[in-house]
Design a protein around this ligand. Structure first.
Ligand code: AGP
Length: 606
């Protein structure tokens, strides 16, 4: 968590830093700060609260320097407060940090024995003292940072500013950091979205790298201290892609971007000639020889994996398991060299997922990453990567990247099914015609928005919800419950509809609405029986469905339908409905939709 940014050049650093932080705010938003060097002094402005509050404080002072660092925080050690906000200053040095210093207590005690007192509750402050101590000894910024970081256990991306130098030092281990290249100016940031208004030429640092960043050049040293060349890339994301574009919230914009995001993920991979599916340069034939597949991910990406498993077993016939990354890394799931581990992470930076990738590789498995972020850590840790081309997602609640992940998993299952000989040409051709319909199906679902808003108005005051579905609609129900919880703070629980009678049915009364997801296959009739059970206990029912019938209409108090024959792609018809429902409920409750309390988009801590 946390977003960091650095600038050295000819512009007013404060303006660049605030603009960059605004774009990183999704990474954390409980406090923020900047440090700018001017007239040989480091000026620090930091505060509890959001970037807008920091911006007001910065405008009240005149901050003219052209080199500085900034930070937006998601608290791990120490509550959100002015004093715990970054940057942390010690002597001639100011530091911003993203990550966790695991041995900060020992380091703190060591510093205290030397008479250096920490004034904040953060783990980061020790880094500032360590760097300042080394800098006082050697007078060299790069050497000071390198030596100081040798004492640090845990993860970090840091940027250091020195009161007597026109130089920034960036360093990373286990947390992302990217250098942006401009004309007589350079940038550092946790994520490229912070750089988009200024440059699209970037270099992703690798673990252990230390970058010496000046206005006119950048030098990078690896963990052995050797100067290294890291490839510079040109990004095709535009600044507008990371802006609201007239929508009230990023989340709403991203929900509506799904047809395009899905087109980008799907269309280039479906060829009009054999073998129909191409997964960039993935060795699909080789991957299809795997004995089994273990999917690992967290949160929404984990829900995508649950759908991926259904596709993989149904279309490719490869036995598949789905694991939460936070459990997998400490668990006993059998893994060997015949296992394909598919690690799914929108950001490519989720700590638990990255550690699962490392653990899987240690145990000999082949790892395929599915991610939305070019240059993210997971792309370097896994042997293979399949990108979702959904564009930047800023809202903390994942929406377009979820459906893009599900599409990528469906394509993967089709490619492996083909290479395994489970799908013949007519079958593959038939399914791909449906897959090509996905963007249009999502578009039709989005046309239900005003209807969904009406339904949201009837239900937004309820405090508890159940989300229910069977088969492919069960993971969809789980995603529905998560969306509602995270942005509206309403308690919502998801169950496989058939499980209700084994306990949760006891919860049902007139104050506990149930949201059902139904798609057109053999599960539908069973799901409707479960609806009967709810109805019999005076539970209110909202149905999101891909079909209508008299029976369904009689059971549901409210029903929204996106007609679709093909069950396989039903998650793409139903997901926009649950996203819009959660969105409108949250708006009616007046919550902070894009930056819900206690959360951050990129979870780079364990
Ligand atoms: C859900 O809306 C969240 N954004 C969250 O559950 C997210 O999916 C999870 O933290 C995993 O993130 P990742 O896909 O970037 O690894």
């Amino acid at each position: 968590m946390c977003g960091i940014v650095g600038y050295v050049g000819e512009r007013k650093a404060a303006e660049v830093l605030i603009e960059g932080l605004r774009r990183l705010e999704y990474r954390g938003y409980d406090s923020a700060g900047i440090a700018v060097r001017e007239n040989g002094k480091v000026k620090v402005i930091k505060t509890r609260g959001k970037i807008s509050h920091l911006e007001t404080l910065v405008q009240q002072e005149s901050v003219n320097g052209s080199i500085g660092i900034g930070h937006t925080r998601w608290a791990t050690h120490g509550k959100p407060s002015d004093i715990n906000a970054h940057p942390h200053v010690s002597g001639a040095v100011a530091i911003v940090h993203n990550g966790i210093v695991e041995n900060y207590r020992e380091l703190r005690e060591e510093l205290e024995r030397e008479g250096i007192r920490c004034i904040s509750e953060t783990d980061t402050e020790v880094i500032s003292h360590l760097v300042a101590r080394e800098y006082a000894r050697c007078g060299d910024p790069c050497e000071a940072v390198t030596k100081a970081l040798k004492n640090v256990e845990g993860s970090y991306a840091i940027v250091a500013l020195f009161e007597d130098r026109n130089i920034l030092i960036g360093a990373r281990r286990g947390a992302p950091l990217v250098v942006g290249h401009g004309e007589k100016e350079h940038f550092l940031a946790s994520d490229v979205t912070a750089l988009l208004p200024f440059t699209r030429n970037v270099t992703f640092l690798e673990d252990g790298d230390v970058a010496v960043v000046k206005n006119n050049n950048v030098e990078i040293f690896d963990s052995e201290g050797m100067m290294v060349h890291r490839e510079q890339r040109h990004l095709d994301w535009t600044p507008a892609m990371a802006e609201k574009g007239g929508y009230k919230h990023f989340m709403l914009k991203e929900i509506h971007e799904q047809p395009e995001a899905l087109s980008n993920t799907i269309r280039p991979r479906i060829l009009q000639h054999e073998p129909y599916i191409t997964l960039d340069d993935l060795p699909a034939r080789e991957l299809a020889r795997s004995n089994r597949i273990v999917f690992v991910a967290c949160g929404t990406s984990w829900h995508a994996c649950l759908l991926g498993r259904v596709y993989m077993e149904g279309l490719a016939g490869i036995p598949s398991w789905v694991e939460l990354a936070s459990e997998f890394r400490y668990g006993t799931t059998p893994i060997d060299e015949n296992t394909l581990v598919v690690a799914v992470s929108q950001s490519g930076e989720t700590a638990d997922t990255l550690e699962s990738v490392r653990e899987a590789r240690r145990r000999g498995a082949t790892v395929l990453a599915i991610t939305n972020v070019v240059g993210s850590t997971i792309t370097r840790e896994a042997q293979h990567t399949l990108f979702t081309w959904a564009g930047p997602e800023i809202g903390v609640a994942s929406t377009k990247t979820f459906t893009a992940q599900v599409a990528a998993l469906l394509l993967l299952a089709l490619a492996l099914g083909w290479h395994k000989g489970r799908l013949d040409k007519p079958a593959l051709k038939d399914i791909t015609q449906h897959v090509l319909e996905i963007p249009r199906t999502v578009h039709r679902a989005l046309e239900e928005e005003s209807h969904i808003e009406e339904v949201a108005r009837r239900y937004f005051r309820y405090q508890n919800f159940l989300f229910l579905g069977r088969g492919l609609s069960w993971p969809v129900a789980m995603e529905g419950a998560l969306k509602l919880k995270e942005i509206s703070y309403i308690h919502a629980e998801a169950y496989a509809a058939g499980e209700m009678k084994h306990g949760p049915l006891a919860l049902v009364d007139e104050n506990m609405p149930s949201v059902f997801f139904l798609h057109n296959d053999h599960t539908a009739v069973k799901t409707m029986s479960n609806m009967e059970e709810i109805k019999a206990r005076e539970g209110k029912i909202i149905a999101f469905s891909t079909f209508t019938s008299e029976k369904l209409a009689a059971l549901a108090d409210d029903i929204i339908t996106v007609h679709l024959e093909e069950a396989l792609i039903s998650p793409f018809a139903l997901s926009p409905l649950l996203q819009l429902f959660a969105y409108h409920v949250a708006v009616l409750r007046g919550t902070d939709v894009d930056q819900p309390r206690n959360l951050a988009k990129s979870v780079t801590v364990e």
